[in-house]
Design a protein around this ligand. Structure first.
Ligand code: ZN
Length: 255
């Protein structure tokens, strides 16, 4: 099953990667993907409000656990960056015009949604990558379990890769390992990456690490531990994660 090994697909001219790492299931899997491919990997998160405190804390736990359980990856794991994006709060419709609690709009998007947010994230990531001498930017955007964010689409990513490459006169590669797989396959990918890491039982260990430490819930709930991890169990992020876990668990490894 580990036929799709990291070595087979490695591009030697790319020696380092910057991973947009929020501490969720998707970005943790992307981080493992990058650690399997690139000798130097740095991580980036954006701090844009109190709701995301738990997320910022979860990502530190994930980094700590990865270093603890995967020695070879630990050696590759470089600097962790957190950029302050409090400005997003001032342009989010929620905080600007309404005093409403979190809810999901008829469009299917959470009302905390800031249009084009991901374009901003990737532009800042590219600016940081430029300064750090990094060519590859890895992000967990996905069209399969469509989140509703148009700036996460494959076409958006490809257009942005060209725009950033031209605009900064530096060749950037935006890598999206989850673009065409669903949440069950994301669990399977984590298992494969863990198995190929050289750590005995690495697949199960990485899946367990993601269950235990990664955070996806929109509401920031970490009270109840479900089979798929912590969360309220009812918000769209929890529902998606729970559905993916159920399909993964039913299908077994590598199904
Ligand atoms: Zn939730």
């Amino acid at each position: 099953m580990a036929a799709m090994t990291a070595a087979a697909t490695r591009t030697p001219q790319h020696s380092s990667a910057l991973v947009l790492f929020s501490g969720g299931q998707d970005s943790t899997t992307c981080l493992a993907h990058a650690l399997a491919r690139y000798p130097r990997v740095e991580t980036l998160a954006f701090d844009y409000g109190q709701r995301h405190r738990i997320e910022l804390q979860a990502r530190l736990e994930v980094l700590r656990a990865l270093r603890q359980h995967f020695a070879a990856w630990s050696a590759r794991l470089g600097q962790d960056h957190v950029l302050d994006l409090a400005v997003l709060g001032t342009i989010s419709e929620t905080s600007l015009t309404r005093e409403t609690a979190f809810q999901v709009e008829a469009s299917g998007l959470p009302n905390t949604f800031v249009p084009g947010r991901n374009l901003l994230f990737l532009t800042l990531a590219a600016a940081l990558a430029y300064r750090r001498g990094i060519q590859v930017i890895v992000t967990g955007v996905c069209e399969t379990d469509y989140s509703g964010y148009p700036d996460c689409r494959d076409d958006s990513m490809k257009a942005l890769q060209v725009a950033l490459t031209l605009g900064m006169d530096r060749r950037f590669l935006i890598e999206t390992p989850l673009m065409w797989i669903d949440k069950a396959d994301t669990w399977r990918l984590a298992e494969q990456l863990g198995d190929a890491s050289g750590v005995a039982g690495g697949g199960a260990a990485l899946v367990e690490l993601i269950q235990e430490h990664s955070h996806s819930c929109y509401l920031g709930e970490r009270g109840q531990r479900h089979a798929w991890g912590y969360g309220c169990g009812a918000c769209p992020a929890c529902e998606l994660r729970a559905r993916g876990w159920a399909a993964y668990a039913a299908g077994g490894a590598g199904a």
